[in-house]
Ligand binder design. Structure first.
Ligand SMILES: [Zn+2]
Length: 344
């Protein structure tokens, strides 16, 4: 069987990104792999993919391992969600409700049922300070666009997905996940910080308390030492020594306070630990946008899990947005989030 050219170039990218040397033509990839990479892919260090050698096909175990490597070896679970109902009409009303286009005219021009894929990325966060706090956060994303789908992570179990065994995964999943994972990680960081609010406040409270106690301690010490200067049995040398000590106190206190700040400093580490990937039947809606003298078609997705339109992704910063601001750039329409639209 012939290998899929797109997969061969994907394999070459993965090899090169991880230190391999590759040579490719239309039908095959030859590569020299570093030993560690060869081991994780279960391939020889000198390998030929495609063209009569190891074929590279959708669903093949080699491809699954390449995807694992490309997605930083996060364990992946694949499944399919069958939905009982796909919305048939009334999409016009959802524009202006689920997604708002400002200053542009939008008209629904068509609908089609389609299959797409969503990912739930599960991340572990660890906050290190004087104490340690850890937990998990989950983020749902649309794999094609990288849009963050609110509540997807809590809604999917209701639909009882069917899971695929490795090697039997159908070819409909996207192999380019960099943007999706990067968007999901950003969202996960925000969620982790929300979960850490009480922890952060408690560390700040303790720091504040310890700094206050330190200041009071040094203030009392200074007063006591100053009072002792009036003892008449002090020699001149002893007096000078005490005065020098008193003068050192502010510096010493500042160092103690700096130590406390280090002690209560909070470091948050976030690491993806698993991804669930689902094929889902959706309704794709074609919408025509008119902005000034320009026209453009945009594809919107009606998501049967959240039962609403998915947000779009800003074409400048890739943030998900339900408030879309058309702008003109190089005689075409660019769709931006509110903050990018404002900056322009
Ligand atoms: Zn933006």
């Amino acid at each position: 069987m012939d290998s899929v050219p797109e997969l061969l170039s994907f394999a070459a990218q993965v090899f090169e990104k991880h230190g391999g040397i590759t040579e490719r033509d239309d039908n095959h990839v030859m590569a020299l792999l570093p030993p560690g990479l060869a081991r994780s892919l279960d391939l020889p260090e000198e390998v030929q993919l495609g063209d009569g050698a190891v074929p590279l096909l959708y669903g093949s175990p080699v491809l699954d391992r390449l995807i694992q490597v490309a997605t930083k070896k996060i364990p992946l679970i694949f499944g399919r969600i069958e939905v009982p109902y796909l919305k048939k009409g009334g999409f016009e009303q959802l524009i202006g409700q689920d997604i708002v286009f400002t200053n542009g005219q939008v008209r629904v021009t068509g609908r089609a049922e389609a299959r797409t894929s969503y990912m739930v990325l599960i991340c572990r966060y660890v906050a290190l300070s004087d104490e340690r706090k850890e937990g998990l956060v989950e983020v749902g994303t649309h794999e094609g666009t990288g849009a963050i789908i609110e509540d997807f992570e809590s809604l999917w179990p209701e639909f009882r997905p069917e899971f695929y065994t490795l090697g039997k995964v159908p070819p409909h999943f996207s192999i380019h996940l960099e943007q999706t994972i990067s968007n999901a990680m950003q969202k996960a960081r925000v969620l982790a910080e929300e979960k850490l609010i009480d922890f952060i406040k408690s560390m700040q409270r303790r720091l504040h308390r310890d700094v206050k106690n330190t200041r009071e301690y040094y203030e009392a010490l200074r007063k006591e030492m100053e009072a002792s200067l009036s003892h008449h049995n002090l020699s001149e040398a002893q007096r000078h020594e005490r005065i020098a000590k008193i003068e050192d106190l502010p510096g010493e206190m500042a160092r103690k306070i700096e130590d406390l700040k280090q002690k209560y400093k909070i470091q948050v580490r976030l690491r993806p630990c698993a991804a669930l990937r689902f094929l889902v039947n959706v309704v794709q809606i074609m919408a025509g946008i008119r902005f000034r003298k320009h026209r453009r078609t945009v594809h919107l997705t009606w998501n049967p899990i959240s039962r609403r339109l998915d947000p779009l992704v800003c074409e400048r910063c890739y943030e998900s947005t339900r408030s879309v601001h058309p702008r003109e750039k190089d005689s075409r329409i660019l769709l931006l989030c509110p903050s990018c639209a404002q900056k322009q």
